[in-house]
Design a protein around this ligand. Sequence first.
Ligand SMILES: [Zn+2]
Length: 321
Amino acid sequence: MNKKNIKKYLNFLGVSKNYKSKKINCEICGNKKSKIITSKISWGKNKFGILPVCCCERCGFLFQNPRFGREFYEKFYSEYYRKKIYKNLVPSKDFLKDQESRGVKIFNFIQKYLKKKRGKMLDVGCSVGLMFKPFIKKGWICEGNDPDYHYVKYGVEKYNLPVKFLQAEKMKLKKKYFDLILIAGSLEHCYDPNKVLSLCAKASKKDSILILEARGEPRSTMKAYFNHNHHRYFTLNSLELIMIKHGWKPFLSTMYPISGPTREGGIWCLGKFEGKSISKNFQSLIKNGKHETYESIIHKFKYYDNINKNLNPDRGDYRNK
Ligand SMILES: [Zn+2]
């Protein structure tokens, strides 16, 4: 990505500071080599521009590359993101209703996998925090965080929910404490998913459950699928991989909409915390077949590019929260 294109993107965001960008290694397997899947992505609202997405040549993980530094992404979510994409500072009624109903669906779905009727739960990237409602009602002790100041404030002031305004990388959590951790639609947005998951791992009880949800497995054309507010793109395989890397053993990976039909394009992976033993042979697991190839990824998109040729595939901005 040359300087001119970086400047263009920063101008689009309305950023006057000249942030530097650099190439990064695969965020899952650490491999240096990655290949560009597409350079032109959606900047939102029918605007497209250069911000390359790469595919790791070892594990097949898809991620924005190059990347800016931490300071940029902190600003991105606290300022530009909302200004550029969501002008509202107070969540809409529909949004609140949807968040609560998604919480109920997750609560019902997860029952049969839980050892205890009530326990302790963490929601990373919880937004307003309304997904806690069914859990709190049944006696769960909940804790959540989100980098969206206005939505967190709303959750605290309006509903008295246990949510904190915080970047997930800065969480301070009790060790071996949680029975259930939920990260729905946040792992793609955070600055450092490995830091977030390693903090979660330390805070997880043995055999506790992690629920990861991400926008993944393309179901639209390449041009509409990739957008600038997703820094990485999971597939069922890469969701499992990042979970295994940090100590969870996946037991259910699905495209079934666990939290209901309002989150088009979401994929889910549920895992049980086993600790370091599971990640010991992580690299050989990838080498021996738990990977995707550039070719297989490209063909997923070709499939949708072909069937959508005559449609307008732009679903608009996707927000996972
Ligand atoms: Zn990789």
